[in-house]
Design a protein around this ligand. Structure first.
Ligand code: PMP
Length: 495
């Protein structure tokens, strides 16, 4: 890690293996492989570079061609990183019930995310990706069937494990399956190089596709032609889709799996929390689930065994899911007690003296003229005197944007207005004129509306809209919203 990397893609893989100290039962050595150390925080970064570079080599992906894939999130995030770095546009299809953090991350990385209805499950989002690829000539990654997915794990994940345990025991390797890329790629190498290592696969206890023994119906290309009859919705994001993927099916057919462990949803969540709170290891729901499976293995393993458990991603991706259900934004009773245990900076005590105001800039003739001309400018009748990064000002900007209102923002703290404290002079001239000390101040057609909440109140009552109509100022009449929703939650007036 000491050499600078040519680009971010060089940092994929080589994830650490860490010993569990407090949660492992006595007599067994338990290790976890932390895939969250990949640049976008999940095991799927490996698949992303594996699939894209394989398609480049084979010529199936041409420079500038759009890449499309169906993904519950982590694959999309990994692909978004790889495509951003290599300059391919990316379109991702995703069922609407996967966590919103993932969508936002992909969009932040420049990808387009097409949502599909939750009740049409994994097969729905897959069918949509196929349809889009065919209609537009895009490159479809086919993560569930693409051998490049398994190959990258045989080339990277598996040798990393072999290196870490060279000359040491490795009795059990525990994983779940989403595509089965990790499972197929690692298990075939371990079986060849470390035949004594047992391959343990976990699946949700209410959705046991593998243990059912019922084969998956497939199209000739290996993709599923129907949902698996044993599938039930479960909460392990990224695990067991509603079919047995081709890559997973291959491992079953090759009889590489030694044991299948069912895992309860509640155990997945509690193991993820325990790993965070007792080991300082932050992993997602499937990581908690695999760990729960690994603890089962440990409980039954002979004394002196060594167990390695895959942790596929970071817990940060699940803030909006049941994993964080018991974690609140507001202070708990215990936290309020801690706050009250010392005298200052409390919500229930008003500070004795408000801080001294900064000395005001002098009111100059030039600033008076500027303020008068700006407010009276018929060409730009909506004006806000603002601070660049003030949350109230941003909320006003959001309201104007949503309503299609053109406006001028005079940002008195901006770098442009710094010279000779011109911004300060404008502020002083404004206060002299309006006798109103706070910023922002909003004017419509020369009339002072007031600050952010004055504007919001007037908007709620329709007064702003009426004033704009009276003054002939255009805006989108169809928009109906409560502007207070635009304020960040911590600025909502206290109840
Ligand atoms: N956990 C999570 C959170 C995932 O996103 C995935 C990939 N879908 C997996 C586990 C399983 O990995 P694989 O696709 O290699 O089986």
């Amino acid at each position: 890690m000491s050499q600078p990397f040519d680009n971010i893609l060089g940092t994929i893989g080589n994830t650490p293996i860490v010993k569990i100290s407090r949660l492992a039962p006595p007599g067994v050595e338990l290790y976890v492989k932390l895939e969250a150390f990949n640049p976008m925080g999940s095991v799927k970064d490996r698949l992303a570079i594996g699939v894209i570079e394989d398609a480049e080599r084979s010529g199936r992906l041409q420079p500038g061609q759009t890449v499309v894939e169906a993904t519950s999130g982590n694959t999309g995030i990994g692909l978004a990183m790889v495509c951003a770095q290599k300059g391919y546009p990316l379109v991702v299809t995703m069922a609407e019930n996967f966590s919103v953090e993932r969508r936002k991350m992909m969009r932040f990385l420049g990808a387009k995310v097409i949502l599909t209805p939750a009740d049409q499950m994994g097969t729905g989002m897959l069918a949509k990706a196929v349809e889009l690829a065919e209609a537009h000539g895009w490159f479809l990654c086919r993560q569930f069937e693409n051998e490049a997915n398994a190959d990258i794990h045989s080339r990277t994940t598996a040798p990393e494990i072999l290196d870490s345990f060279r000359g040491k025991r490795l009795d059990f390797w525990v994983t779940g399956f989403g595509t089965g890329g990790t499972l197929k790629g690692v298990s075939r190498v371990l079986k060849a190089e470390r035949p004594e290592t047992q391959i343990v696969v976990c699946e949700p206890d209410n959705s046991q596709l593998l243990s059912s023994g019922i084969p998956q119906e497939r199209a000739p290309d290996g993709s599923p032609s129907a949902s698996h009859p044993s599938f039930r919705p479960h909460q392990m994001h990224g695990w067991s889709p509603d079919f047995i993927p081709k890559l997973t099916g291959d491992v079953v057919s090759a009889e590489l799996i030694d044991q299948i462990v069912p895992v309860k949803g509640a155990d997945a969540l509690s193991c993820s929390r325990e790993l965070a709170q007792k080991e300082g290891i932050f992993t997602g729901i499937s990581g908690g689930a695999t760990f729960a499976g690994a603890l089962r293995v440990c409980a039954e393993a002979p004394e002196g065994s060594t167990v390695l458990c895959m942790l596929p991603d970071t817990g940060e991706r699940y803030l909006s899911t049941p994993l964080f259900e018991d974690v609140f934004n507001e202070m708990s009773i215990e936290e309020i007690e801690i706050s009250r245990s010392t005298p200052s900076f409390r919500f229930d005590v008003v500070p004795e003296s408000a801080q001294e105001d900064e000395p005001a800039a002098p009111v100059t003739e030039a600033a008076r003229r500027f303020v008068a001309e700006t407010i009276g400018d018929a060409g730009q009748p909506v004006v806000m005197f603002a601070l660049e990064w003030c949350e109230f000002c941003w909320s006003v900007r959001k309201l104007f944007a949503k309503c299609g209102i053109q406006y001028r923002s005079v940002d008195i703290d901006s770098a442009e207005l710094k010279k000779d404290d011109w911004g300060g002079q404008i502020r002083s001239a404004l206060i002299e004129r309006t006798d109103f000390k706070t910023i922002p101040q909003i004017f419509v057609g020369g009339e002072l509306i007031g600050g952010c909440t004055d504007l919001f109140d007037a908007f709620r009552q329709g007064q702003v809209q009426q004033l704009m109509r009276d003054k002939g100022i255009g805006f989108d009449e169809k928009v109906s919203l409560d502007p207070y929703e635009l304020l960040p939650a911590w600025l909502h007036p206290r109840q």
